[in-house]
Design a protein around this ligand. Structure first.
Ligand SMILES: [Zn+2]
Length: 288
């Protein structure tokens, strides 16, 4: 099985992107894995998937438990990787590395540039010294927060990351992956998400010299996603669309039955999430 780093290199060569899906319940995990199996089978492509848990999801799901689950999938021959998505303290990132995560994101979007560089450097040093291959990602430029549905684009979001600043940040910190602000924002906006600036993606990829990760992949048009991938996006995060599918299907299911057994009313939520993941994976590898 390829390492996550090898998969990302391969994805860039193929001009496709790896799907990163946030999970907050066990049936969401199953939905992502089932989708991965379906798309691998259908396309014959050896594609991987990254399961993401940000701080709230880490606390709810348990980081030891998530790590054990991912190890189990890999022992079954499935390329499943685990990311500590948006983690705000160096200590928490280190803990995730200790329990077996493959990838971490130290989120310094709300601290000063200097502090962000300093703490990201600490994370990179810890990752390099741990004896396993850990990818470290950092976010540069503010793209808002929260996997939810917003009335409008949040204040301050949409400040585009500059190619020069990206280069400087990567050189100073030694991160493996960069999440820039290129028109993307976290969450979905009523009335439509902004467009991705594909030319800026291209410039940042060339100047920064590391693969780029697109956060806030929910609500972005298929055409913008495809253009972003063509110009240097190697991984795409999807969370809000999964939460929306889950909740909508669960509400529907609960309104239809009074059954007490969770395995009777949860399958609809599972299937809805699975279908979104299938369609995203197919989009990211240009299959549909
Ligand atoms: Zn994000």
């Amino acid at each position: 099985m390829k390492t996550l780093r090898e998969y990302i290199t391969w994805a860039e060569q193929e001009k496709i992107a790896i799907g990163h899906f946030n999970v907050a319940t066990l049936e969401m995990v199953h939905a992502v894995i089932d989708a991965l199996k379906i798309v691998r089978e259908k396309t014959g492509k050896d594609i991987p998937v990254v399961l993401g848990v940000a701080e709230g999801e880490q606390d709810w799901m348990g980081i030891h438990e998530m790590s054990a689950l991912v190890e189990e999938y890999r022992s079954q021959g499935l390329p499943v990787f685990l990311n500590a998505d948006h983690t705000f303290t160096v200590e928490r990132v280190q803990h995730a590395i200790d329990v077996g995560f493959d990838m971490v994101i130290f989120d310094g979007a709300k601290i000063s540039y200097e502090d962000n560089v300093e703490k990201t450097k600490q994370v990179v040093a810890y990752a390099r010294a741990c004896g396993r291959e850990i990818l470290v990602e950092a976010e540069l430029g503010y793209i808002g927060s929260g996997s939810d549905i917003k009335d409008s684009i949040p204040d301050g979001a949409g400040m585009m990351t500059s190619p020069e600043e990206s280069k400087q940040f990567v050189e100073q910190t030694g991160v493996d992956l960069l999440a820039p602000s290129v028109g993307n924002i976290h969450g979905m906006v009523k009335g439509g998400n902004p467009h991705i600036d594909a030319e800026l993606v291209k410039q940042i990829r060339e100047t920064a010299g590391v693969p780029l990760v697109l956060h806030g992949g929910s609500g972005i048009s298929d055409a913008d996603i495809t253009a972003g991938i063509k110009f240097g996006i190697g991984m795409i995060h999807v969370s809000t669309e999964l939460r929306l599918a889950y909740r909508t299907a669960l509400e529907e299911s609960l309104s239809e039955t009074t059954d007490l057994a969770p395995y009777k009313y949860l399958p609809k939520a599972h299937d809805a999430v699975r279908d979104v993941v299938v369609s995203k994976l197919e989009l990211f590898i240009h299959y549909k």
